[in-house]
Design a protein around this ligand. Structure first.
Ligand code: SAH
Length: 388
């Protein structure tokens, strides 16, 4: 058995660790020069006292990702965490066919994301340590879930920081086209290899179900992708317009609508900014509008532009709501935090000359848990508002 290397933390690194954050930056690490990327390491303070077990990266500025404060082998901890992650979803959503099974740091399984669609899993190994353990992780996941197909969606830019190639493909079994799964009372398909993200945006699942139940009259779903919101709305609304700039997404939406016999959804391939402006100019009115755009910024530097974008779409949506109409407005930009998003919505309401009631501030579904002390694990805001 090879012994586990020790890595010394600076005092600042020790303080960071005790704050509960699972990331430690390279500038707070001493004596890691000879450690191989992807290794399990024991963290010690400057006096040599054991602090935690972590995964080491040889290239990222996030040099260490903490696994446990107990002095235990990493593999044993990972096996336990996988079991706990799967168990949480079974308790929260018994029998649900599509859920996020593993939410990386949120489940204290750093650098590992697993989404489940029926009998298929989509896996992302985002750091050197989880990438090096990919086969073992996949074997354990298959044991825990009974999955028959596993794909990797490692075509994620974050892997570049780890010096890992961007790639995707089938790891276990055979993928025969889009994978069927259920969401609420709908039968949907996810395209695990070609779709955006891992095939669907599971973080909005609970918000889609809530919005669906509240829908009435004429609804609009902007940034609709494969129809996640639009089709839930269509079950209760008289009619739905769905807008997305991706032709592939709109084609998937049409297939999903047909599969469920929903004929009241009109889909439009368009830039949602243009659509909203033109619909506003035409004086169109809606009873429910969903805004679920992609992240408008991935950096702090681009924050101002992002805020202008959020304000514009929300302002137009608020103008088009009938009294009593609902706005389900999301932002998945981590850098636009909840307070800032609330401020943008207020500014939009003022400019629209509307009074808005706040019904609920929501986030990602409970299968995307946030790790207390690690704000990066909270990114999605989803506000339910009502126009007066
Ligand atoms: N609401 C969806 C997920 C939306 S993801 C669901 O619940 O499943 C964001 C979507 O916005 C993607 O489908 C992307 O194609 C689309 N998109 C990105 N920029 C756009 C733009 N300017 N106008 C319209 N759609 C856009």
């Amino acid at each position: 058995m090879t012994s586990v290397p020790s890595v010394t933390l600076s005092q600042r690194g020790v303080a960071r660790l005790s704050s509960g954050h699972p990331w430690i930056y390279r500038s707070d690490v001493r004596g890691a020069a000879s450690v191989a990327g992807g290794s399990e390491v024991r963290l010690v303070d400057e006096r040599g006292k054991f602090l935690a077990v972590a995964f080491y990266s040889s290239s990222s500025q996030i040099a260490l990702r903490v696994l446990t404060r107990d002095d235990r082998p990493a593999d044993e901890v990972v096996a336990e965490r996988l079991r706990l992650a799967v168990e949480l979803r079974e308790r929260l959503f018994p029998g649900a066919s599509a859920v996020r099974l593993v939410h990386a740091e949120g489940d204290l399984l750093p650098g590992l994301v697993v989404d489940r669609y029926g009998k298929a899993l989509a896996v992302q190994t985002l750091i050197q340590a989880t990438d090096a353990r990919r086969e073992t992780l996949v074997r354990k996941l298959v044991e825990l879930t009974g999955a028959t197909v596993v794909v990797e969606r490692n075509d994620v830019a974050a892997r570049r920081h780890e010096g890992l190639p961007l790639q995707k493909g089938v790891l276990v079994g055979q993928l025969d086209g889009p994978v069927p799964y259920r969401e609420g009372d709908l039968d949907l398909f996810a395209n695990l290899l070609e779709g955006q993200k891992t095939g669907a945006f599971l973080d909005q699942r609970e918000n889609r179900l809530l919005a669906g139940g509240l829908a009435f009259g004429r609804a609009l779903d902007c940034f609709s992708y494969a129809g996640g919101f639009a089709l839930q709305l269509a079950r209760h609304a008289a009619s739905v317009v769905a807008v997305d700039s991706s032709e592939a997404a709109v084609a998937e939406l049409a297939a999903n609508a047909e599969q469920n016999g929903l004929q009241n959804v009109e889909s439009v391939v368009a830039n949602a900014f243009d659509y909203l402006r033109q619909a506003c100019e035409r004086g169109e009115k809606f009873d429910l509008i969903v805004l679920d755009p992609p992240a408008f910024t991935k950096s702090k530097e681009a924050l101002d532009g992002a805020i202008r974008g959020y304000k514009e779409i929300n302002l137009r949506a608020m103008r088009m709501l009938r009294a009593g109409g609902l706005l389900v407005s999301s932002s998945c930009s981590y850098h636009v935090d909840e307070a800032r998003f609330a401020a943008v919505l207020l500014a939009a309401a003022r400019d629209a000359g509307r009074s808005m009631q706040l019904l609920e501030k929501r986030g990602a579904g409970r299968d995307h848990p946030e790790l207390i002390g690690a704000p990066e694990t909270r990114y999605l805001k989803c506000f339910f508002l009502r126009a007066l």
